[in-house]
Ligand binder design. Structure first.
Ligand code: KG4
Ligand code: ZN
Length: 349
């Protein structure tokens, strides 16, 4: 029947997936670079691209093996084209283009944010369009009005940090090792989210996000507390740190849900979807489900493996083009940033 080989290397995860023509994910292998970046407390772009080069062939072998296919059965390739770290993007992008050229099969370049945006449909094909999709990752915080696959209007973007970035930076302040977001989630579960009060970002109208004020407020509260974070020990986190993280997490999630709810009231979408690395956050998943329930809207949140960066979502995003549209020309280049068409909006509040 022929398979699509999809590649994702936009940041610090080397991932390759095999999908069939119906979009069933036959394998999705992710090799994390955690150990390589951990000593630096965050992603080092130069190290990331070198690690992708080292990992990509073993990840390919594992993905083919898990899918039970060999290269002759690959009838198309796809790769993230941007946005992302250019040096990292180029590894997977060049690899997928070269493979397509060698196998004489079509290649499809994929927008990383679109891949996240469509990930809630991988296991929930019947979710109706138009949909409002909250895409929250380490580099992006967006709400999109998705009219249908391939047609998106940007409702909301962040004016400063991304939500994941805010979790990472705040975690780092408390001495948490990289990646801080999942640890913030874990520790926050044991804390009191009412312990510290946050004022919501002041923009009264519109849908844009801003996290820098919340972050500054966190640093301020930490300074005023006079408390010093101990050397991090996952099994022995002080209660005050759990309270601080739980309160900060609540503030970020309140802000994300508030903006999404505003958008729900203006854009008459038929469903809601949540995507991106921060969609793995326990509190956000709960609150998003509650929001959808309050408005009686069907919703989809992908399983954790499709929230953080993965090639399955890249392949899924290329599928309809593989079926019916022209491939991406091999002369095209990767791109570090992406622009979106803004939705026209009038808010009455
Ligand atoms: O989508 P992703 O894997 O990479 C980007 O495209 O950025 O998102 C990674 C981001 C990081 O900031 C990470 O800390 C955050 O998602 N993240 C989380 C959780 N899991 C990952 N943030 C909060 N709670 C989590 N459980
Ligand atoms: Zn991502």
């Amino acid at each position: 029947m022929g398979y699509l080989l999809a590649v994702e290397t936009s940041c610090d995860d080397t991932s390759i997936a095999v999908l069939d023509r119906d979009g069933i994910v036959r394998s999705s292998v992710v090799s994390s670079q955690l150990a390589a970046h951990a000593p630096f407390g965050g992603v080092v772009p130069e190290i990331a691209s070198r690690e992708h080069l080292r990992n990509i062939i073993p990840v390919l072998d594992a993905a083919l093996k898990e899918a039970g296919i060999d290269m002759r059965e690959v009838k198309a390739t796809a790769s993230t084209m941007g946005p992302g770290l250019l040096g990292s993007l180029l590894v997977g992008f060049s690899f997928a283009k070269t493979t397509a050229h060698a196998l004489k099969v079509p290649f499809y370049g994929v927008n990383h944010i679109e891949a996240h945006l469509l990930s809630p449909w991988i296991e929930n094909r019947s979710l109706p369009f138009p949909a409002l999709v909250l895409v929250v990752s380490g580099g992006h915080s967006h709400i999109f009005y998705a009219e249908k696959e391939g047609s998106y209007l940007l409702v909301s973007a962040t004016r400063d940090d991304a939500a994941g970035e805010a979790f990472d930076k705040v975690g780092k302040k408390l001495g948490l090792p990289y990646p801080q977001g999942p640890l913030v989630d874990k520790i926050a579960r044991t804390g009191d989210s009412k312990a510290y009060k946050y004022t919501m970002p002041r923009m009264k109208k519109g849908f844009d996000f801003s996290f820098s004020g919340l972050k500054t407020s966190f640093v301020d509260k930490l300074g005023k507390s006079g408390l010093t974070p101990p050397v991090f020990d996952e099994n022995n986190v002080p209660g005050w740190m759990a309270d601080m993280l739980a309160s900060f997490e609540k503030a970020v999630v309140d802000h994300l849900i508030d903006r999404t709810e505003r958008a729900v009231n203006i854009f008459k979408a038929r469903s809601l979807a949540l995507a991106g690395g921060v969609a793995a956050n326990t509190l956000l998943r709960q609150r998003f489900a509650e929001l959808a329930g309050n408005y009686r809207l069907p919703f989809s949140v992908p399983p954790l493996k499709y929230c953080t960066d993965n090639a399955a979502m890249v392949g899924f995003s290329a599928l309809s083009r593989w079926r019916s549209w022209a491939p991406t020309e091999l002369e095209r280049d990767a791109f570090p940033t992406a622009a979106w068409k803004r939705a026209e909006m009038k808010e009455s509040k």
